[in-house]
Ligand binder design. Structure first.
Ligand SMILES: C[S@@+](CC[C@H](N)C(=O)[O-])C[C@H]1O[C@@H](n2cnc3c(N)ncnc32)[C@H](O)[C@@H]1O
Length: 362
């Protein structure tokens, strides 16, 4: 694997090409896929855990230092076209009612996906200490679950959402009109190049940092948008101890690029952003068991599987053929299975969600 995050083009071995083909065609039973994913995760843990704490910290610091020499993000267009220009009607089936595209909070075994979406949105509001009347910026807003929730809950607040996805912007604007919310504005912008003169009392960032690279520059940029006495709340997925570019371990690794396109992701460690306090400083830090994101993915998969006959024609229209539509369905199945197994590994005590609250450093 390239330590510096530069992509290496490694020809795939025959067995990987064959496995990926079978997965694409839906020929591998779920139990078998889960078993194969666990093998790769086991290898990742063996790679990531070092035998001494000295080496462990050294690994994290090497990555943290190397990222200071990169662009804020790379492969932005690849990521957007493959992952975030998804038909809204499909997401309405797979996600819960707020269309939250990230970890939900299952407080009890009986908690439903819809309840878990709201519970997590409430947790963000509480941890970010949002008050009615605050100006709020939601960076990387997805389908606007948090933007719309905050705008509805805090009627005197103005919420600005930023996404680089045209379909997400259109959906949030349509939904704001439908709900008579006049306090929402959606900006279509690439956060890596976007410039803004305004400042905000609260900045919320859920699930975006993993797609970025130069956190020093990113946090410098975001810090300029934090109003006086304002706060920045970030949720990111992580491994609890080690951090890495989400790139294949070696030529036998079929899993790492199974879902996310090459070069588009970093898995930070839980405390990774504590090493980027040049322009912001940490006020609070929490982690949340991986069980919550595992269960989120499990619920998405159940909905997908229960509605294949409805989804198929949608995907035929999108891709132009039944064969391609089934491949896309199988891709999303793989997406959910990967999240289920990865975040569920070792009872949610390896990969998990991290919440960090920052204030601006002066
Ligand atoms: C994992 S999703 C999370 C969405 C949303 N925050 C949620 O929790 O449902 C990541 C979001 O970041 C957005 N994104 C990724 N790269 C971006 C960039 N360079 N500029 C703006 N938005 C970006 C994607 O379009 C998507 O909306």
């Amino acid at each position: 694997m390239a330590v510096d995050g530069k992509q290496q083009v490694v020809p795939k071995k025959t067995f990987i090409v064959e496995l990926l083909k079978k997965l694409e065609l839906g020929l591998v039973p779920y139990d078998e896929i889960k078993k194969l994913i666990r093998i790769e995760l086991q290898r990742r843990l063996q790679w990531g855990y070092k035998s001494t704490h000295e080496e462990q910290i050294d690994q994290v610091m090497k990555l943290a230092h190397s990222l200071r020499h990169t662009n804020i993000a790379t492969e932005v267009d690849t990521l957007d076209s493959q992952m975030y220009e998804v038909p809204i009607d499909f997401l309405k089936i797979m996600n819960g009612s707020t269309l939250k595209g990230s970890c939900c909070y299952f407080q009890h075994d009986s908690t439903t996906l819809d309840e878990a979406e709201i519970a997590m949105l409430d947790l963000y509001c509480e941890r970010a200490q949002i008050k009615d009347g605050h100006s709020v910026l939601d960076l990387g807003c997805g389908q606007g679950a948090l933007t719309l929730y905050v705008a509805q809950k805090y009627k005197n607040s103005r919420v600005t959402a930023v996404t680089n996805s045209v379909s997400q912007k259109e959906y949030i604007e349509e939904e704001s009109r439908r709900r008579n919310l006049s306090n929402v504005e959606v900006l279509l912008a690439d956060i890596t190049t976007h410039k803004m003169a305004d400042t905000y009392d609260r900045i919320l960032v859920v699930g975006l940092f993993e797609h970025m690279k130069n956190y020093e520059l990113l946090l410098r940029k975001i810090s300029e948008w934090i109003a006086k006495d304002g706060l920045l709340f970030v949720e990111h997925i992580c491994h609890k101890t080690f951090a890495y570019h989400y790139e294949p371990l070696d030529e036998d690794d079929w899993f790492t690029e199974y879902v996310f396109p090459a070069g588009t992701m970093i898995i930070p460690s839980a405390s990774f952003f504590l090493y980027f306090q040049d322009d912001v400083s940490v006020v609070n830090h929490w982690t949340l068991s991986g069980k919550h994101f595992s269960r989120t993915n499990e619920e998405w998969l159940k909905r997908l599987d229960a509605n294949v006959e409805v989804i198929k024609p949608m995907f035929v229209t999108l891709t132009g053929s039944e064969e391609e539509a089934m491949k896309l369905i199988n891709y999303w199945r793989g997406f959910c299975l990967s999240g289920m197994v990865m975040f569920g590994y070792n009872k949610g005590e390896e990969w998990m969600a991290s919440h960090v609250l920052f204030k601006k450093s002066y």
